[in-house]
Every structure is written in C-alpha cells, then in structure tokens.
Write a protein that binds this ligand. Structure first.
Ligand SMILES: [Zn+2]
Length: 296
C-alpha cells in the first residue's frame, strides 16, 4: 500500500493472483473496494500543508486534539524523569527555545521547554510544542548553536505536525490490514498468514519507515532554517550531527539518529541547504553568523 501513490502495485502481480485463487477459499473483493473508496475520501478530505516546505500531508486530528495528546504524554514523561528546576542551563534551554519558537511559523502553541537530568544525549518535542532536552546532550551540543540545531530539529517536528501525520498513517495501515484480513478471511490459514505477513512487512517498509525518514529530513531542513532565522549559526548543524554520530557510536541511537536518512546523507543534505540557510540568516539578522540576535 502506498499513500497517494495510486494503490499497491504488488496486487497486480500475477504470481500473487494465482496464489490467492489457487487455494481453498475465495478471495473477497468488496473489503478492498470499500477500503479503496474510504481511502480516497479520507485522503482528499484530510489534507494539510506543512509550513516552509509546502509538502501536502494527511492529518485527521484537530490542533486541539493533537495538543491534548502531546500534553498528556509530556506530563507522563516528565513525571517519570528528574527535571532540572533552575540554573543557567535551564535558562539557556528556555532562551534558545523561545528564540526558535518565535520564528518557527508557530500556530499558537503553548511552548514549554524543560531540561531533564539524564545521561542520554537526546531531546524531543511533542505535538503542541512540548519540548525537553536531556542533560546528556549538553556536552555533545557544546555551544548554543549546537543546541539550537537539535532544538530547531525537534521544534520542526512539532510545527510540521509529524506526530499527528504518523497517527493518520497508522490508522490507514490498520484499516487496510483489516480490509485485507476480511478479503482473505475464507482462505486457508497458511495463505492468510502469508498474505498478512507480507502486508505487515510491506506497510512497515513501504509506508511507515519511508515517511519517518521523510519526517527526519524535513525536520532537519526546517530546523536549519529556524536556527538561521533566530540568528544562530546554521553551520554548526552538520558539525553537531557529526558529534552526535560519534557520541552514539555502538549505543542505542537517539530519536533523531534512529531513523534514516543515514548519518552521511543527513550531513550532505544540511550542507546542500547551507547557502539558503546563510541567506536566511543574513536576511533576518544581518552581519556575520554567530553574532548576537537583534535586541528582543
Ligand atoms: Zn527527529
């Protein structure tokens, strides 16, 4: 199944058709037709546009629903973590977050920025603008520009509503799986298992993973531009991801390392977007990169 791609080409595969017909039970067509009709309606009635990149996306949650989900998860995570209550590091995180949010095409989120005491070099942003940085990130980030690279990336996930988009995709995959399950429900168990197994793998590698890779790239691009607009040095971003790669070597990867694009591709992309980022920075801030932001 491919969202918006005109159906799954593998259904036209003659081998699979033979396989489906050749077994005991009959293949029901109506669940697929029904799902197709629903998909078409759903797809075209839930289109949104990502700010900055203009990409069309599928979202079926209202901003309020999305913010409520984000807040709930945020409170749950924070209740299990040790929050750094005050100090220069918290102040720095909040100041950087505030500067980035101010230039981020913010639709009116109630931003929150917290520092979690943890050895992990990680950060996250939840729908509705709930952001947390783990203290283990600070030595890897090294400076405010490095922090802005990570926080810009996270803020971009929230602005681009990637969480809500992922929920919509998962819903569609579940519904599609249900439709196919009904379609092959009369066939022998072995065939059913085979079809459902192939479908599960297909959905994972054909839909969900590629989208999460796209989301990572999109967050990289938007984060770079936000950092530039907020007068941080965008050139620190590729250096930061280089350090992140070294820091995570061998260990479980952080959120922003866990999905492709691979490390090298990510840095290549950032360098490719750099002239634009530097231009944006000059336009918003004038002067040389690294200079103080305009008085605020
Ligand atoms: Zn990410």
């Amino acid at each position: 199944m491919q969202l918006g791609g005109g159906g799954d080409p593998s259904w036209g595969d003659p081998r699979r058709r033979t396989l489906l017909r050749g077994r005991s039970g009959r293949f029901r067509v109506w669940p697929i037709v029904l799902f197709g009709a629903f998909f078409a309606w759903y797809y075209f009635s839930h289109q949104e546009e990502v700010p900055l990149t203009g990409r069309t996306q599928l979202i079926d949650l209202s901003r309020e629903q999305e913010a409520a989900l984000g807040l709930e998860s945020y409170q749950q995570i924070l209740s299990q973590e040790q929050i750094v209550q005050s100090g220069p590091e918290v102040d720095t995180i909040r100041e950087i977050g505030r500067r980035l949010a101010a230039v981020s095409d913010d639709p009116g989120f109630e931003w929150e920025f917290n520092l979690i005491n943890s050895s992990q070099a990680n950060a996250f942003a939840l729908p509705g603008g709930k952001v947390a940085v783990y203290s283990g990130l600070l030595p890897v980030a090294q400076n405010n520009d490095g922090l802005a690279a990570v926080m810009g990336h996270e803020i971009a996930h929230a602005i681009a509503r990637h969480g809500a988009e992922r929920i919509a995709h998962q819903k569609l995959v579940q519904l599609g799986t249900l439709a196919v399950g009904t379609a092959v429900g009369d066939m022998d168990v072995q065939t059913q298992q085979m079809v459902m197994g192939a479908l599960g793998v297909g959905a994972q590698f054909g839909v969900l993973l590629p989208f999460s890779r796209d989301h990572e790239s999109e967050a990289d691009y938007m984060g770079l531009i936000f950092a530039a607009r907020a007068c941080f040095d965008p050139q620190e971003a590729p250096r930061l991801w280089e350090r992140m790669g070294q820091a995570s070597g061998g260990q479980a990867p952080a959120e922003f390392m866990s999905t492709h694009p691979g490390h090298e591709t990510r840095i290549q992309n950032l360098n490719q977007w750099m002239p634009e980022a530097l231009q944006v920075r000059a336009q918003y801030c004038g002067g040389a990169a690294g200079a103080a932001p305009p008085a605020s």
